[in-house]
Ligand binder design. Structure first.
Ligand code: ZN
Length: 374
């Protein structure tokens, strides 16, 4: 039963046929686990609490830092230095005292994930790293809980709901192997405009609420892509992969695994055999001699301006195709050496160039991180 105060609070929901009093009671009796109280978790938690979800669990081990406030709107100046959980709990109580907030001051990991997630109806994945994302996918699959997924990169976001028990694929069907640890820049490296996680996290809250109410159509088997620069939404079909190691016909993953290890092991094959790699020591001795080739720094402009090797030519990764005619004009005997921060992005650029027919191309192992320790 809803109190008089609650009836007044949720009045705008009652006139919606899809919610009404019965729907509001469903929301009150439901629970959502938010993994992460950061950029995506902030708007999701805020809207879930405001909408009257009965119980919200939050997993986050971090404290509030100044650089969070540009996008993590759950936190404020006065909560700097507090745990994100305490900051979030205070804010959510302020918005809606009827919501019970449960705190998990830890990393979501293979040891605690099943126990924590089993206590919630829906999982909202607000993680910013691959190990936790695979973990949250696998846990949701084993527990048959809908996993509301979103991720962001620079000006682009994507959203889906993974719930093979309701139809559609899982995250592993879409991305069977995690990318190499160094190949995808983190938010800190890539930058993010604060509104973007705000939009994507709000979409996650909407999907979680729809699932609980049982109204509308969730994006099962659909990947929704938002391009903020062009203000466009596109949609891609995601198919369930019969060979998926988790939700496929002959699954090889039948329990939680070591997710850090999973993401460490995956590297492009050319990085395994080291044939196309050179060390920073080798790079240095090449540069000490007259060097008949090109050292290409593929990092972002702000990384380059912070520190770089004088001999390097700077072309950010995304601009490489534009410079292809120039690169192709190089002589075959000229070596093309590629460097980035830690060797991941440069490895991808190397793969791309090899695909384009380049043969004399090498990745600098360890990148500028290794160079700076010479
Ligand atoms: Zn799958």
């Amino acid at each position: 039963m809803l109190s008089q105060e609650e009836q007044a609070r949720y009045a705008r929901h009652f006139s919606l046929q899809q919610v009404g009093v019965a729907g509001q009671e469903k929301l009150k009796n439901s629970s959502v686990l938010c993994i992460g109280a950061g950029g995506l978790g902030s708007p999701s938690c805020l809207y879930l609490a405001a909408a009257g979800i009965g119980r919200i669990g939050i997993v986050d081990p971090d404290t509030v830092e100044l650089s969070n406030l540009q996008r993590q709107i759950l936190h404020s100046q006065s909560s700097l230095g507090l745990s994100k959980l305490d900051s979030a709990t205070a804010r959510l109580r302020e918005i809606n005292p009827h919501v019970k907030v449960e705190q998990y001051a830890c990393r979501f990991n293979a040891e605690n994930a099943m126990e924590i997630a089993s206590q919630y109806d829906v999982i909202v994945d607000g993680t910013d790293n691959f190990p936790t994302r695979y973990l949250s996918n696998d846990v949701s699959f084993f527990l048959k809980k809908p996993n509301v997924y979103a991720s962001i990169f620079r000006f682009e976001g994507q959203l889906s709901v993974f719930a093979p028990h309701l139809g559609g694929p899982c995250y592993r069907c879409m991305l069977p192997d995690p990318p190499d640890a160094g190949s995808v820049p983190s938010c800190a490296e890539a930058g993010v405009l604060g509104v973007l996680p705000g939009i994507m996290g709000s979409l996650q809250a909407m999907e979680a609420i729809k699932i609980i109410l049982g109204c509308g159509t969730p994006p099962l088997g659909r990947l929704i892509h938002y391009d903020a620069l062009n203000t466009s939404f596109r949609e891609f079909n995601l198919r369930r992969d019969p060979q998926c190691p988790l939700c496929g016909e002959n699954p090889s993953i039948t329990h939680l695994i070591d997710y850090q290890q999973l993401c460490r092991n995956t590297k492009p094959t050319n990085m395994m055999d080291n044939q196309d790699e050179i060390s920073v020591e080798q790079l240095k001795s090449k540069l000490d001699e007259p060097f008949n080739g090109l050292l290409l720094d593929v990092r972002e402009p702000w990384e380059y301006s912070a520190a770089h090797i004088d001999a390097a030519r700077h072309i950010p990764m995304g601009d490489i195709p534009e410079f292809m005619p120039e690169l192709k004009a190089m002589d075959d005997d000229q070596e093309l050496l590629i460097i980035c921060k830690s060797g991941g992005r440069s490895g991808r650029v190397m793969d791309y160039l090899v695909d384009q027919g380049f043969t004399n191309v090498y990745n600098v192992t360890g990148g500028m991180d290794a160079w700076s320790k010479l």
